[in-house]
Design a protein around this ligand. Structure first.
Ligand code: AKB
Length: 322
């Protein structure tokens, strides 16, 4: 697992360990150290995917069969230093694909709703459609999708991937994304009963709860390759909401929750160019994808888990878990 300290990587590492055996999943870390849970439950390795040597040492040492490449600079952070983001995102993936080619590994590559742009149909976004993103993150993810296809066609590397929506989770905070508000809002609602949102009311975006994001990755990687017509860059969708709808859902559990707005023009422009809801019929048909959580069940679960962890006393007073 490259990026085992990140929002998705930290939880995917643990899920894969539960499924395939704790000693069989190596947690790769680079800038941040591994969390105590990840570090304590299986092997870990320093892996800077932009430096081939560290990647190769780990692949050889542990005889790696599958590389999950979860490290990336996200959309909003990428705009602060576009060339650096391009360098990290592309160099990392190309090294991973080269390693996979040389050592016969398969690859999981998470792409994103960020690969779409203002000229894409943003409602019921088709699997195969116009992709002209306006962020460096989106450009690197489109190029990544194409690189995965290329390595499969030219070298037979089994590179598979998904286009994730915004991911909502309660273990590791996201960092530098446009959809991060949908995670931050829960922490603030529970801690202080207030949140200032940087996206406007009415900004509908495709979103997914982490258990569905994990199950999508596992199901795709376990799917029969003969059934995969696309193999890579599958649209996967679960729920679509705007900040108001999420606040309303949170108020069912925290009635006094107050949301205000202070719009960030950079993230607002990115969000306006992303799908409200993707069409994920190819994933449903080719490997049986379907999401379990909607806004109601996700919100209930987030509040239950975070309230137990963050503010047991406060939450006893404020929450009405239904
Ligand atoms: C981001 O907001 O940059 C990511 C994504 C949707 O890919 N969460």
């Amino acid at each position: 697992m490259i990026g085992a300290t990140g929002q998705i990587g930290s939880e995917l590492t643990q899920a894969l360990r539960e499924r395939y055996g704790h000693s069989h999943v190596v947690a790769g870390w680079h800038i941040k150290p591994l969390s105590p849970d990840v570090q304590g439950s299986g092997p870990g390795a320093f892996v800077d995917c932009c430096r081939m040597k560290t990647l190769e040492q780990t692949v050889r040492k542990y005889r790696i069969k599958t590389i999950y490449h979860l490290a990336a600079v996200l959309s909003a952070k990428g705009e602060t230093n576009p060339l650096q983001a391009w360098e990290n995102n592309m160099k990392g993936l190309i090294n991973v694909l080269e390693m996979a080619r040389q050592h016969g590994c398969s690859v999981f590559f998470p792409s994103s709703i960020g690969t779409f742009g203002p000229s894409t149909p943003l409602i019921n976004t088709p699997q195969d459609t116009i992709q002209r993103p306006g962020t460096i993150y989106g450009i690197s993810k489109v190029a990544g999708e194409l690189f995965c296809d290329y390595y499969h066609k030219k070298y037979g590397v089994d590179a598979r991937g998904l286009r994730y929506p915004g991911i909502i989770s309660n273990v590791t905070l996201p960092g530098g994304g446009t959809t991060d508000y949908a995670v931050e809002i829960f922490y603030r609602a529970i801690r202080s009963g207030k949140y200032t949102c940087y996206l406007k009311a009415g900004t509908y975006l495709d979103m997914m709860y982490m258990p569905d994001a994990i199950s999508a990755a596992v199901s795709l990687m376990e799917a029969d390759g003969n059934r995969l017509k696309h193999r890579n860059a599958y649209n996967v969708s679960a729920m679509s909401f705007d900040p108001e709808a999420l606040a309303e859902e949170i108020r069912k559990h925290i009635p006094n929750f107050v949301m205000s707005y202070k719009i960030d023009p950079v993230r607002q422009a990115i969000a306006d160019s992303w799908p409200e809801k993707m069409n994920d019929s190819a994933a449903r048909k080719e490997w049986g994808w379907s999401a379990r959580y909607n806004i109601k069940t996700m919100t209930r679960d987030m509040i239950r888990i975070l309230s137990a962890r963050l503010a047991p006393k406060l939450c006893g007073e404020l929450l009405q878990i239904r």
